[in-house]
Design a protein around this ligand. Structure first.
Ligand SMILES: Cc1cc2nc3c(=O)[nH]c(=O)nc-3n(C[C@H](O)[C@H](O)[C@H](O)COP(=O)(O)O)c2cc1C
Ligand SMILES: O=C(O)C(=O)c1ccccc1
Length: 340
């Protein structure tokens, strides 16, 4: 287990730690997300001359200091009393971008009020009027894109949570984005009947860019582009949905080939070090998302912990790029990565 995760485990309620850290089933996919990166080796180029390192990345209308985005994760107040507001302050200090979960424990308006650049992750609800109102809230709050999660027609089965009997948030914590107009908090429904028409519906509901998150199959990547999405996130939900699903990194080349440069491709799952970001970009991703490491930073140090996790990751990326002779993300090409 890595340092940050160990530190978080030391400060968190073990039940909450296991909720955040855990995956579905035997956690094969959770483990494989990281091991897939560990299987790769980099073949550096040398004597690439002057040019420095510039990580600036334009993504769906947002200019990022580096191709690293914070993945949407639920329930940050399990990790820190200030929850997503602290995460957002840390992200802002690092010059990053936070994807606010539908299941955040601080209202999207209050997260956005920190001044951090944000996207909003959406679980489309069977009640489309309620969903449209939620999208309108995110848009009014200043979120710059919607990230439609498509890998959760049913909830993943998390053995650690079952063992602990963890089913509900502790008293005092609620999903602030699921409040009705009258203030009552609704239950989340993951809609088993969601289809591609949901993308068209969302397009008609908002002017924001729409990314789909949770694509692994190249045919779905092609369908996503055909349905007019603005980006595709290759993800198995951090190994929390289908245990046995392919690792994100192993799924990436197929999706990149299918998308064929028409929209940006992001990857999440198992990104832990700067060299992992480098490998993902060289394999064809335009950016990565990071989930759990941000939660470990939040648990240990609040906003400052989040800032330090993100700045360390980006600093490692810049260092690794210098060592492979890449000045810009676009210099990272597939020939730089091998599976020995
Ligand atoms: C505790 C936790 C909660 C999550 N909640 C959400 C969520 O609300 N919506 C969503 O689309 N993905 C959610 N995810 C998945 C993440 O967005 C992301 O796909 C995953 O964490 C990436 O893997 P990593 O943790 O290895 O970086 C969650 C992940 C974790 C660990
Ligand atoms: O835990 C998760 O991964 C997640 O996405 C989720 C879904 C519904 C409710 C809470 C979290």
């Amino acid at each position: 287990m890595r340092e940050a995760e160990r530190g978080a485990r030391a400060v968190l309620d073990p039940v909450h730690f296991d909720y955040l850290a855990g995956g579905a089933g035997e956690e094969r996919t959770l483990t494989d997300n990281e091991e897939a990166f560990a299987r790769r080796r980099v073949v550096p180029r040398v004597l690439r001359g002057p040019g420095g390192t510039d990580l600036t990345t334009d993504l769906c209308g947002v200019r990022l200091a580096a191709p690293v985005v914070v993945a949407p994760t639920a329930f940050h107040r399990l990790a820190h009393p200030d929850g997503e507001a602290a995460t957002a302050r840390g992200v802002r200090a690092a010059g990053g971008l936070l994807t606010v979960s539908t299941m955040s424990t601080v209202a999207v308006e209050d997260v956005a009020a920190t001044g951090a650049t944000t996207w909003f992750q959406l679980y489309v609800q069977p009640d489309r009027a309620f969903t449209a109102a939620l999208v309108a809230r995110a848009e009014a709050a200043g979120c710059r894109a919607l990230v439609l999660t498509v890998d959760s027609p049913v909830r993943g089965r998390h053995a650690r949570d079952a063992r602990h009997g963890f089913t509900d948030l502790p008293a005092g914590l609620v999903c602030e984005n699921l409040r009705d107009a009258d203030g009552r908090v609704r239950d989340l429904v993951v809609d088993p009947d969601l289809g591609w028409d949901a993308v068209a519906w969302l397009r008609a509901t908002t002017t924001l860019p729409v990314l789909v998150k949770g694509v692994l199959h190249p045919a779905d990547a092609r369908l996503a582009v055909e349905h007019g999405v603005d980006g595709v996130v290759v993800s198995n939900h951090g190994g929390r949905q289908l245990d046995g699903a392919v690792s994100s990194l192993d799924a990436l080349p197929g999706v990149v080939a299918a998308v064929d440069g028409r929209v940006p491709v992001l990857l999440d799952g198992g990104v832990r070090r700067g060299v992992d970001v480098l490998v993902a970009l060289a394999t064809g991703a335009d950016a990565v998302m990071v989930g759990r490491p941000v939660l470990w930073g939040l648990a240990q140090g609040g906003a400052d912990g989040v800032r330090s996790v993100l700045t360390e990751l980006v600093d490692e990326l810049a260092h690794a790029m210098a060592l492979v002779g890449a000045h810009r993300p676009r210099d990272l090409t597939p020939d730089l990565v091998t599976v020995p």
